[in-house]
Design a protein around this ligand. Structure first.
Ligand code: NDP
Length: 319
């Protein structure tokens, strides 16, 4: 495993990282989480991603309990969580980045994780109804209180990120250092164009999500929705349309021979494709069972296999 700087910060993250959306609590209990986290850690992963909203807080509890069981030295790994959607109804606790919610939300997340601090704290979405200045001050205060070490954004407009950085610089506050955007063979526009100036001009880092488009890019949906897949998980039926879209499935089928020629599985090929972009700091992988972790970690072998000919063949699939 190689490590990349998180943008222009001093911190380094493994090229492949591991997140718990959908899986922890819903598909994987503590024992299964221990096995998957251990497999990722043993392969060199040092960054583990979570969010308050995942399984309504239960995902943080599972990850915290699993890491405790594993007994890892705190300095050897990074944990993140994200705030925005909230767990309680009410005007100030949902879909917000207001100061009260953020300061209380981080305490609740840390209690569920059983940790004194998270390494990265993300604003899970932008909140147009709270002044960015209020959010920047709250995130700065969270860091000053030692509850997070760095902070970032997820799916913010590039202009809003620039505004947040500008406010922080003017007031000498901790500024956001990383964006968490979707990035995979199907969804690359925002990462590849809108955010370009963030990486190139501001040295912003990126930890990208859904590299396999929720499993579509493994080829597992070619013959319908397998009963043990994310597409069949209760509460995630909104994903079924994109997982069974005929046009997308045809593209996945066309990618298969390119991956085979490389000697990679489709999952490894799709993960490695994300990593060949130098603006990616870390690709967040997900898995519902340990065999997937073992397969996915081997993707790093193929990062240098994306020759101009291979890239042209991929372009033809997406023309
Ligand atoms: P992927 O797109 O890689 O999907 C992961 C899922 O695909 C697995 O849970 C598994 O589902 C299936 N899968 C993975 N590997 C294989 C394999 N080798 N063979 C067959 N099936 C496989 O990533 P996620 O969508 O899970 O996103 C990764 C992480 O990114 C999340 O855990 C989270 O931390 C973060 N994220 C952040 C978001 C944000 O808004 N900031 C949004 C979404 C994710 P199954 O076996 O059930 O089919």
């Amino acid at each position: 495993m190689k490590y990349r700087h998180l943008g222009k910060t001093g911190i380094q993250v493994s090229e492949l990282s591991f997140g718990s959306w959908v899986t922890f609590h819903t598909q994987a209990g503590i024992d299964s989480a221990v096995t998957m986290l251990a497999a990722a850690y043993d392969a060199g992963v040092n960054f583990f991603d979570n969010a308050e909203a995942y399984a309504a807080g239960k995902s943080e509890e599972v990850m915290g309990a699993a890491i405790k069981k594993l007994g890892w030295r705190r300095g050897s790994y990074l944990v993140s969580t994200k705030l925005f959607w909230g767990l309680h109804e009410g005007p100030n606790e949902q879909n917000t980045l207001n100061r009260k919610y953020l300061l209380e939300g981080i305490d609740s997340s840390l209690a569920r994780l059983g940790m004194d601090y998270v390494d990265l704290l993300y604003c899970h979405r932008a909140d147009p109804s709270t002044p960015i200045e209020e959010t920047v001050w709250a995130m700065h205060n969270i860091i000053e209180r030692g509850k997070a070490l760095y902070w970032g954004t997820s799916e913010w407009e590039a202009d809003d990120v620039v505004t947040a950085i500008d406010i922080a610089e003017r007031h000498h506050l901790h500024k956001p250092v990383v964006e968490q955007p979707v990035y995979n063979l199907f969804e690359r526009h925002r990462f590849g164009s809108d955010y370009d100036r963030l990486y190139k001009e501001l040295g912003y880092g990126s930890t990208t999500w859904s590299p396999l488009a929720s499993g579509l890019l493994t080829g597992k949906y070619q013959a319908g929705i397998p009963g043990d897949s994310r597409g069949a998980v209760e509460g995630y039926d909104w994903l079924q349309g994109q997982l069974t879209d005929a046009n997308s499935l045809a593209k996945v089928a066309a990618l298969q021979p390119i991956a085979r020629e490389m000697g990679a599985t489709l999952a490894q090929f799709s993960l490695a494709w994300c990593l060949q972009n130098p603006h990616v700091s870390s690709v967040l992988t997900g898995a519902s069972r340990v065999e997937q972790v073992h397969e996915n970690m081997k993707a790093i072998k193929f990062i240098d296999s994306f020759t101009p000919d291979v890239m042209a063949a991929i372009d033809r699939v997406f023309e």
